[in-house]
Ligand binder design. Structure first.
Ligand SMILES: C[S@@+](CC[C@H](N)C(=O)[O-])C[C@H]1O[C@@H](n2cnc3c(N)ncnc32)[C@H](O)[C@@H]1O
Length: 377
């Protein structure tokens, strides 16, 4: 192990992006994950964490700059600043190419798909003001803010550039918040921005209103739910009379679209707030409150959409799905590594990846949403 400690500075040439919002560099043979840098740049990197076999660092000085670099528009987006946005220092096109490179790398390394073409598509908007749900954390002086990267330390802020403009109008960031740890704000698609704790809101997607607790899962970018639904419908080509499972279904946006096309849909969701929202909002959909792992589902099904949390579905759920021999599977994924691991299992079971769309549902951050179509060989 080389003799290096937190706070040391080293000059490195920065290589390709890696999953998690950083690029890979090397210093004396050791891998360095560098934030706030871009591929090809020469930077002074300050070590932020020392681990066995790798280091984390922030680029604190750019010695030779990439043509993709822009000045981060937010004053809190810098080394040791707010951890919310990983990529504000890159142009929008460069952010999407960064994410495409990460998805390609995950598919190659974890799914055994070295040449699968990946393009990350923008959603409507300029990449700012898209966040319709924000949790502000409260610091020891009762000031609201956001967390530093990989830390519980609150950076007090007076503005968040990715938050929806209607959220900026609330006086949340101008106030002090004694006796609470966090403040949640939401702006529903056709409603007023509000501070929420426990109340219900109405959201709209796939041509339906959804009546849900503010705590229930909902896509954060205002265009995301409809874009994902359209992609899933396009991939699955549902036909009247077909049976469908909407696994990890939440409030049921995919169920709504499949039921509207004449499918007999079963939604499986573990969380009570998601199940309640689906039951209140959807007719003609069978809603099961269960984990997908334990759900008692029929032996056969025609179509499956699954939208698991960041951990992915796992081999057991993948085999449960393929055992039902569906005509087509649409896998909606917020974590490309988990997606790639599950794609390998699907391929081993005989359901290879046929199509993939990657969508920039979280501009300025390293996050990317993918939708994969799998059909039987
Ligand atoms: C990424 S969200 C997707 C929700 C929904 N498909 C949507 O687009 O709004 C994942 C959902 O899976 C649920 N969930 C997490 N683990 C689960 C499990 N093991 N079984 C069933 N549902 C689960 C969460 O409560 C959450 O609603």
């Amino acid at each position: 192990m080389i003799d290096i400690v937190q706070g040391d500075r080293v000059e490195v040439e920065v290589g390709q992006p890696a999953h998690g919002g950083h690029c890979v560099a090397r210093h004396e043979g050791i891998v360095l994950f560098v934030r706030h840098a871009l591929p090809g740049e020469r930077v002074i990197a300050e070590i932020t964490e020392v681990h066995k076999g790798y280091l984390r660092a922030d680029a604190v000085e750019i010695r030779s700059s990439s043509s993709d670099r822009v000045t981060a528009p937010c004053r809190y987006s810098h080394p040791n600043g707010c951890g919310g946005c990983d990529l504000q220092h890159a142009s929008g096109a460069a952010q999407r190419e960064w994410k495409a490179a990460v998805v390609r790398e995950q598919l190659a390394r974890l799914a055994g798909l070295p040449d699968f073409p990946v393009v990350v598509e923008p959603l409507p908007g300029d990449g700012f003001g898209w966040r319709t749900r924000v949790r502000y954390h409260i610091d020891a002086l009762d000031r609201p803010g956001l967390l530093k990267h990989r830390s519980n330390e609150v950076v007090p802020i007076d503005r968040c550039l990715i938050a929806h403009p209607a959220l900026q109008e609330l006086d949340v960031l101008r106030r002090r918040w004694p006796e609470v740890d966090a403040v949640d704000v939401v702006v529903p698609r056709n409603g007023e921005a509000q501070v929420v704790s426990g109340q219900r809101i109405t959201e709209h997607a796939a041509g339906h209103d959804f009546d849900l607790a503010a705590s229930a899962f909902w896509q954060v970018h205002p265009a995301a739910a409809d874009t994902l639904v359209a992609c899933v419908v396009d991939f699955l080509e549902p036909k009247p009379g077909e049976s469908a499972w909407d696994l990890y279904g939440g409030a049921g946006t995919f169920s709504a679209a499949l039921a509207d096309r004449g499918c007999a849909v079963t939604l499986v969701e573990a969380a009570g707030d998601g199940v309640e929202a689906a039951r209140r909002s959807l007719r003609d959909v069978r809603v099961l409150q269960s984990t997908v792992e334990r759900a008692r589902l029929p032996e056969r099904v025609d179509l499956v959409v699954l939208d698991p949390p960041r951990t992915g579905a796992g081999a057991r759920v993948v085999r449960k799905i393929t055992a039902a021999r569906p005509r087509a599977i649409a896998y909606v994924a917020c974590d490309p590594a988990a997606l790639a691991r599950d794609l390998r299992t699907f391929a081993e079971e005989g359901w290879p990846l046929k199509r993939l769309r990657a969508l920039d549902c979280f501009p300025q951050t390293h996050h990317v949403e993918c939708v994969a179509l799998l059909t039987r060989d």
